[in-house]
Design a protein around this ligand. Structure first.
Ligand SMILES: [Zn+2]
Length: 161
């Protein structure tokens, strides 16, 4: 990783102590600024949660993680309250898909309610693994706004949905 300069974008959108992940062993798309504890938790989750789950449950290594990104200056989506999202401080990441060594691509949007029992179990196991590591984990089970990604953050409310 490389450390990024602190920046204040106004309106509460603030990056302090963030890093850009460069290489932690699993190629990951669209990562921008991440708060350092988030980067540490995220890389540990992929290495120690996602990769072993792929190997054990799906019989294939996870070769790529696709995300919708990290930093974004915006409010929370899908809730009545207009509060800043954890994304506004680089404290959240949205996971959209996993690409396996055998060529399969598992997406949150298409496969969250799959009939394939192994893929189902893989997604449940990595969510549980995320819930043990992050503060807030929101999946398509939470609300319609999360139909296509897993939201992971280290913010205030402990939620595993
Ligand atoms: Zn999110």
């Amino acid at each position: 990783y490389s450390p990024l300069p602190d920046r204040d974008f106004g309106g509460g959108c603030l990056l302090v102590g963030t890093v850009q992940l460069i290489d932690y062993g699993v190629p990951t798309t669209s990562l921008k600024a991440m708060a350092c504890p988030l980067a540490r938790t995220f890389t540990a989750w992929v290495r120690n949660g996602v990769v072993p789950a792929g190997r054990e449950i799906l019989g294939s290594d996870v070769r790529k993680v696709e995300t919708f990104g990290t930093y974004a200056c915006r409010n929370r989506v899908g809730t009545a309250t207009s509060r800043l999202s954890e994304h506004a401080t680089g404290n959240a990441v949205d996971i959209s898909a996993f690409v396996l060594a055998d060529g399969r691509r598992i997406t949150i949007e298409r496969d969250w309610r799959t009939m394939d029992p192994d893929v189902q179990r893989f997604l449940q196991v990595i969510r549980q693994s995320a819930c043990r590591r992050f503060r807030t984990v929101l999946s398509p089970d939470y609300n319609a706004a999360h139909y296509n990604h897993l939201h992971l953050d280290l913010g205030g409310a402990a939620l595993c949905r």
